[in-house]
Design a protein around this ligand. Structure first.
Ligand code: BG6
Ligand code: MG
Length: 217
């Protein structure tokens, strides 16, 4: 059964920055890393890190540092960032769902569509469990299931395949430039959550999940 007002069979959501505000925790943790290595770091530069995996994000930060770093130093910096991030998410509760996120998940299933999650985070299941929403997804694709981080389309293609659907039957929802590129290159329609001037490849941009309505697509 699909909803009379939509042609889609599934909606595949990003996690960090769409379902919950962990994008801010990633920002805080990377800010500490950047400060420690003397690399400039602000909200605008951080947009390039969103949706990018841990080592890829670190590489982007270190490219702006005044010296180069050995492989061991890079691993130590990534570990320290992750420990800080894990401290930040340790106290999360279902109250940390972004406004409109749970309602969107409920509405999608109520309309007879499947729900998917596509996150390149190795902490995705921890965050889902802290939010108490693991069972609200018909499939979850996290870092362990993919070889290529966003903006590569692999993660959204894998989510569609696990749902047994063609990419064209799926709508993707993302807050990151890299994530929107992943959705588009997977052949899906992209909903951006954020600013239209940032998420330029999205088919439609909404300011928050409160504005997500299936019948708009
Ligand atoms: C993405 C975030 O969801 O996960 C990125 O948008 C983050 O900011 C990436 O770097 C990897 O996360 P983790 O938890 O594996 O370090
Ligand atoms: Mg995100």
């Amino acid at each position: 059964m699909t909803h009379a007002n939509t042609r889609y069979k599934a909606v595949i959501f990003d996690l960090d920055g769409v379902i919950t505000d962990t994008a801010h925790y990633h920002y805080l943790a990377w800010k500490r890393t950047a400060d420690a290595v003397g690399a400039p770091f602000d909200e605008e530069f951080n947009e390039q890190l969103k949706g990018v995996d841990r080592m890829g994000s670190l590489a982007l930060i270190l490219a702006r540092a005044p010296r180069s770093f050995s492989s061991e130093e890079k691993l130590a910096l990534a570990d320290a960032k992750n420990r800080h991030y894990q401290e930040l998410i340790a106290t999360m509760t279902p109250g940390d769902l972004l406004p409109g996120a749970l309602e969107a998940l409920v509405a999608v299933r109520a309309a007879g569509l499947k729900t998917g999650l596509a996150s390149v985070s190795k902490n995705a299941f921890t965050v889902l469990d802290r939010l108490g929403i693991r069972d609200r997804f018909d499939t979850v694709v996290d870092a362990a299931r993919i070889a290529n981080s966003k903006p590569h389309p692999e993660i959204f293609l894998t989510a569609a395949a696990q749902l047994g659907l063609d990419p064209g039957d799926c709508l993707g929802v993302e807050d990151a430039v890299a994530g929107v590129a992943s959705i588009k290159d997977a052949g899906m329609v992209a909903v951006g959550v954020g600013k239209p001037e940032v998420l330029t490849r999205a088919d439609r941009v909404i300011p928050s999940m409160l504005e997500f309505r299936l019948e708009d697509y």
